[in-house]
Each structure stands twice: as structure tokens, then as C-alpha cells.
Design a protein around this ligand. Structure first.
Ligand code: OKP
Ligand code: ZN
Length: 330
């Protein structure tokens, strides 16, 4: 299987995370995540690594507002290599304020610092999504985008939740144009509040996630979004593998109703029990990712896997390995 690797991802190395209303914690979205995952994938099956060096500047403008992209590109210019930008003032519209304040209208939280080379890495991450989607269109039956930083919290003009560009919907757009309906299934622990902005009939969004008031983004997409192509499934505190699989079956039934031609999986591994990101604990075990993948593979669709969250660096490889075992078993 081809795996698309963002060669610039190391340039994004956020320092402090202020997500919890506490003094800054060591940031969990670290470069080692990708390396650990890749190592695990290699243990499950032969991987043809495709090193992606491109920056998807033009492509991200297909789904993100131009002024938003321009703003993100400008942030690094003002920073030294060891500095990070976090907006300090937040309002709906700050377009009349000096540009360095504009982060406050493009972001609602303070856990997603931008370093000098962060946006270069984020564009490179988006480029892996595009490259993987193109490969799937050409010949593939299955591809993996090792995107980092992740993307499912990034909206048309909003970054946050460690995300800058919506890798999943960038790819889904290409896949839907080529194949017809592309179902997006997001199994990251968190609701992809960015992704749901992009859902439409030929690219519906299905997400299985922890209760979103209690967990990031601390807002339930349903309250703000009446899009009929957004399908949200919460699991409860303490959910185990069996409980999760029962919810997954419901989501898969919803996906089948669309008769999609291709599937994109926003693949986070942070639903694993013990992942430090969880504000409500699950009891999923590594092997549950094998069962999850096997259920999804029952759709028998060409599929693209795209890395989102997952912060237990020591067990990410094992999760990736388990997922691939299930994914290739059908
Ligand atoms: C990004 B992705 C919990 C802190 C949560 C923000 C989480 C962003 C998750 N104590 N901080 O969806 O994995
Ligand atoms: Zn997550």
C-alpha cells in the first residue's frame, strides 16, 4: 500500500498547549506521532512510502477563504524560529485591525500555536492528502495519507484544535469529482467541527466521537448546523469496543444509504483508552481498532485513510498495525 509522507512535518513542533484553562502543558501534537504510526503500519503490510515535498497552496484555496490563507501565510514572517503566535483578542470581524490581530477572528481557542514554519508544514500535510487522493483516482484501491498536522477541526476560515487546513475535505473533493459520492467517516475521538462545514450530498460527513460539550470542541455541531449531510454519533463515557462497534454499525448503515463510490476515513487513534487527550475516558483497546477496520472494510469500497489525532505515541504504532490488519482482512 502507498503511504504518503509529509517530509516537512517536523518543522511544526508546537511547544505549549493551553487547551484546559491551566498553565501551558507540553503540547501533545508532536512529530514523533507520525513516525510511530508509520513503524506500526510497516509491521502489518508492505508500505511503499511516497515522500511528499509539495506545499498545497493553490489547493487549500479551493476550500479555504483566500484572506484566511493569506493571513496564515503571513504569521511566520513576524516570528523568530523559537517564537509562536497565539491570538490575544477574539472578535467576529477584526478586518480593520492590523493584520497581526486577525488570528482572533480566525480562531476560537489558544491551544494551536503557530511557529515560524508551521504553515509550511500544514501546507505539506494538505499536499499528502491531495497526492493520496490523486493516486487513488488513478489506480488505487487503498492509500494512506500520513498527514500531520491534522485537519478535521479546520473550517473554511477557522483554525484550531491543532488543525490549519482541512485535509479530509480537500481529498474528499478530489475523490467526489472523480468517483462520485465520497463518504467521509471520521473516527477520531473528537467531533470534526471543521469538516462538517464542508459536507454536501456527494461528500456526506459521518463522525463518531465523544460527547462534544464535555470534550473538545466543547460545542455540539448540531446546534449550529442543520446540514442534512452531517451525521453525528456520540459515544458515552466509558464506552468499550463492543459499545463502539454497535455505534459504528449505525454509522455504516447511514453511509450505505448514500451508495457511495469511495470512502475517506479521517483516522484518529485518540479513542484508544488511556490517550491523555480524553476528557471522558473510553475503554477501547488496541485490538478494537482491528475490529473497527474490519467492520468498515465490509463496505467494500476503494478507500483512503487519512491520519488525524492520536496522542499516545508509544501505542500509535500498535493501533496502526491493528487497524491495517482489520482493513486488509476483508
Ligand atoms: C485535535 B484532534 C483535553 C485537551 C484538548 C484540544 C484537543 C484537540 C484535538 N484535556 N485539547 O481532533 O485530535
Ligand atoms: Zn482527536
Amino acid at each position: 500500500m502507498k503511504a504518503f509522507y509529509p517530509v516537512h512535518h517536523h518543522k511544526h513542533c508546537p511547544q505549549k498547549d493551553y487547551s484546559d484553562g491551566l498553565p501551558g502543558l507540553e503540547h501533545p501534537e508532536v512529530p514523533a506521532r507520525v513516525e510511530s504510526l508509520l513503524q506500526g503500519l510497516r509491521q502489518a503490510l508492505p508500505i511503499e512510502l511516497v515522500e511528499v515535498d509539495a506545499l498545497a497552496h493553490e489547493e487549500v484555496c479551493e476550500i479555504h477563504e483566500a484572506a484566511y490563507v493569506d493571513f496564515l501565510l503571513s504569521v511566520g514572517d513576524r516570528l523568530a524560529h523559537d517564537q509562536e503566535y497565539i491570538p490575544s483578542i477574539f472578535h467576529q470581524d477584526m478586518s480593520l485591525a492590523p493584520q497581526r490581530f486577525h488570528g482572533g477572528m480566525y480562531c476560537n481557542e489558544i491551544g494551536t500555536p503557530i511557529g515560524k514554519l508551521t504553515i509550511e508544514a500544514a501546507l505539506n500535510s494538505a499536499a499528502t492528502a491531495v497526492a493520496a487522493a490523486r493516486a487513488l483516482c488513478q489506480n488505487g484501491d487503498r492509500v494512506f495519507a500520513l498527514s500531520r498536522p491534522p485537519g478535521h477541526h479546520a473550517g473554511r476560515r477557522r483554525y484550531g484544535g491543532y488543525c490549519f487546513f482541512n485535509n479530509a475535505y480537500l481529498a474528499a473533493g478530489h475523490l467526489a469529482d472523480h468517483f462520485g459520492c465520497c463518504a467521509v467517516l471520521d473516527i477520531d475521538y473528537h467531533l470534526g467541527d471543521g469538516s462538517l462545514e464542508f459536507a454536501q450530498a456527494d461528500r456526506p460527513y459521518f463522525s463518531i466521537h465523544a460527547e462534544p460539550w464535555q470534550n473538545y470542541p466543547h460545542l455540539d455541531g448540531r446546534f449550529e448546523n442543520s446540514n442534512p449531510h452531517v451525521h453525528l454519533y456520540n459515544f458515552q463515557d466509558g464506552v468499550d469496543g463492543d459499545g463502539y462497534l454497535a455505534i459504528l454499525e449505525k454509522a455504516l448503515a447511514g453511509i450505505r444509504d448514500y451508495q457511495p463510490k469511495v470512502l475517506l476515513i479521517s483516522l484518529g487513534f485518540d479513542a484508544l483508552g488511556g490517550d491523555r487527550i480524553q476528557d471522558a475516558r473510553t475503554r477501547l483497546q488496541v485490538d478494537d481498532f482491528r475490529r473497527i477496520a474490519q467492520s468498515i472494510a465490509g463496505l467494500k469500497l476503494p478507500g483512503m485513510l487519512l491520519f488525524e489525532g492520536g496522542y499516545d505515541v508509544d501505542r500509535l504504532g500498535a493501533c496502526g498495525q491493528a487497524f491495517m490488519q482489520g482493513w486488509t482482512a476483508v
